[in-house]
Design a protein around this ligand. Structure first.
Ligand code: SF4
Length: 334
């Protein structure tokens, strides 16, 4: 089964706040809010590139604060997506929104329009970090929203960030643990980036804020990924989707951005998995067997893991083994 998400960005349409890191237009690369009519064309365009069988497709309304939009506008968007659900062309509808924009009435409306999953941006479960980030909500809002979403039988996603002002490794790991306690089905992990025209940009210029290095962000996200993986919280994404303006220096001022951030993290995760399972008998040949789809991650970005283990073994060889399921591996020596 292949899983697809058709993203519809609704940038900053209904945000009463201005988070310090936010510059929605630059994040999504979309400066115009789409009309409901345009959404139909967008969905059809994406569907035309997907196989007819063996796939699970969702339309995902991302961006500012979907449930903060005027209810008529929400219904216009959702009725377009629902048409595709009713026609059997897509399997579900996701929306992302703020935790303080969830209540019984809002959830009732989403249910009517066949929304299947709600992702709330928690970003942190530390109230000091939320305050410093200008989020305008507390960790209690996240807890309450999560409870209501679960009670109303939606899939629950809780997004988090790392490297926000005042955040630490310990606070970020604690946030991940709280997301697990709140019984999230899915999560996304976004290291904070310094974008032009954001408050964080001013803080960065005034030396009040120092972003994570790429190395720090990768190491922390790998630790958090393993924590989520152990309890079955699915990590849908790590690192922001790059907009073209990130590459020409137009919008990204600083921070741990990498176009293959998720791959870097998965390399690190595989490094930790393998390291925890090998005997450090320097001088032997190390053989690592993994599912073919994960061979590249196991070898590591630019062979980083192979190079790492080559410090302890004369030879390090990787083998694709179809009998192993995803995430399974075994090691052997000679
Ligand atoms: S909630 Fe914050 S990050 Fe999201 S759109 Fe609003 S201001 Fe931007």
């Amino acid at each position: 089964m292949h899983y697809y998400k058709i993203p519809v960005f609704v940038p900053e349409l209904a945000c009463p706040f201005r988070c310090v890191y936010c510059n929605q237009y630059d994040i999504s690369g979309v400066s115009d809010v789409p009309e409901a009519g345009e959404v139909e064309g967008l969905i059809n365009k994406h569907l035309s590139t997907m196989p007819d069988n063996n796939c699970h497709v969702e339309v995902a309304f991302f961006g500012g604060n979907f449930t903060g939009i005027n209810i008529i506008k929400q219904q216009e968007y959702l009725s377009v997506a629902r048409k595709f659900v009713k026609a059997g062309k897509i399997d579900g509808i996701r929306v992302s929104t703020r935790p303080d924009y969830i209540n019984d009435e809002i959830l009732k409306n989403l249910k009517i329009y066949d929304v299947t999953a709600i992702e709330i941006g928690a970003q942190s479960m530390d109230d000091g970090v939320l305050l410093a980030a200008g989020r305008g909500h507390t960790s209690l809002d996240v807890k309450n929203a999560a409870g209501m979403i679960i009670k109303n039988n939606f899939e629950l996603g809780i997004q988090m960030m790392t490297g926000l002002p005042g955040d630490t490794v310990e606070k970020a790991i604690d946030t991940a643990k709280r997301i697990v306690e709140l019984k999230a089905d899915t999560t996304r992990i976004y290291p904070a980036l310094v974008l032009k025209n954001s408050s964080l940009a001013a803080m960065y210029r005034d030396n009040i804020y120092t972003p994570q290095t790429l190395e720090e962000a990768v190491a922390l996200c790998a630790e958090i990924f393993i924590l989520f993986e152990k309890v079955g919280v699915k990590v849908l994404r790590m690192g922001l989707h790059p907009s073209e303006s990130f590459y020409d220096g137009e919008s990204l001022l600083a921070g741990p951005f990498h176009p293959a951030f998720g791959e870097l993290v998965m390399s690190k995760v595989w490094n930790k998995r393998i390291a925890a399972n090998i005997k450090q008998n320097i001088g032997e040949e190390l053989k690592i067997y993994v599912n073919p789809t994960q061979l590249n991650q196991a070898i590591g970005h630019k062979s980083s893991n192979k190079k790492h283990f080559s410090k302890s073994f004369d030879k390090v060889k990787y083998f694709a083994d179809r009998s192993l399921k995803k995430d399974q591996f075994h090691v052997d020596y000679r």
